[in-house]
Write a protein that binds this ligand. Sequence first.
Ligand SMILES: C[S@@+](CC[C@H](N)C(=O)[O-])C[C@H]1O[C@@H](n2cnc3c(N)ncnc32)[C@H](O)[C@@H]1O
Length: 272
Amino acid sequence: MDTPADYPCAISPFEDGGQRQYLTRLAQTDAVRRYKRTATSELDVHPGHVVVDLGCGAGLDLHRYAGLTGPTGAVIGIDYDPQMAALATQATKHLPTVNVEVADIHCLPLNAESADRVHIDRVLQHVTSPSGAIAEAARILRPTGKLVCTEPDWATLAIDHPDADLSVTYTNMMLKHVIPQPTVGRSIPRLIQQAGLTVTRIEPVTALWTDVVAADGVLGLHVVTERALSAGHLTAAQARSWIDHLMTAPFLATMTLLMVSAQYENIDLAIG
Ligand SMILES: C[S@@+](CC[C@H](N)C(=O)[O-])C[C@H]1O[C@@H](n2cnc3c(N)ncnc32)[C@H](O)[C@@H]1O
């Protein structure tokens, strides 16, 4: 399996900087807003809970958990990128119950059974071992805990173009050369069950883009096309035809993400 080191950028392969703006812009899209609302409701966070957000990025979800856990709860954001952790710390510095730590989610600095809720959103696509990361999430979860995980399946990326072969080439480029774990979304229910948890809900979420500029920021239309060209996956004529059409014709792209909720099966016994 490829390691993230083979992939130059862990956040977005498409932007060299401005990660917070990138994540914020993404979080404001309808599909992301919708599934984040569902994920929060599935987590069923209560006052006093300890909520851990693995791969918290710029910390966009932390304030919501802080509001739900209240003054007696705790929210822990984990990110291995010190720059992202600094952004998350800065964004939550007015929230006394929020702590952000720099750590790798494959090896968490947290005790077993110390979290009531664990949230993972678009992180496993970047990690070396999704099964190892999910096993860590299962380890820190209390027997009464809940896990909600949302990841894309990049194989479902479909971009409209008169030459459908070019669209397939582009999707294959994402699968083979851009995203470390491109199809992890579909594997999450299996990985979660292998970690000893029971899956309680699987929700496919379809992202839809009709604005080419917004899509370019997330899907990296220009950057990935340039990479495909320099790697010889597209000829110069194909690359030109692909980009010219996308930038001038009515645009449409879709991709499916999988949102999966889980908990330990013996939850009633654990409560009793
Ligand atoms: C696409 S961002 C998602 C951020 C956040 N979950 C959100 O919904 O806005 C992925 C984040 O995962 C982090 N990440 C990737 N691999 C990681 C690892 N092994 N350990 C900790 N964080 C990781 C990246 O640094 C990045 O901040």
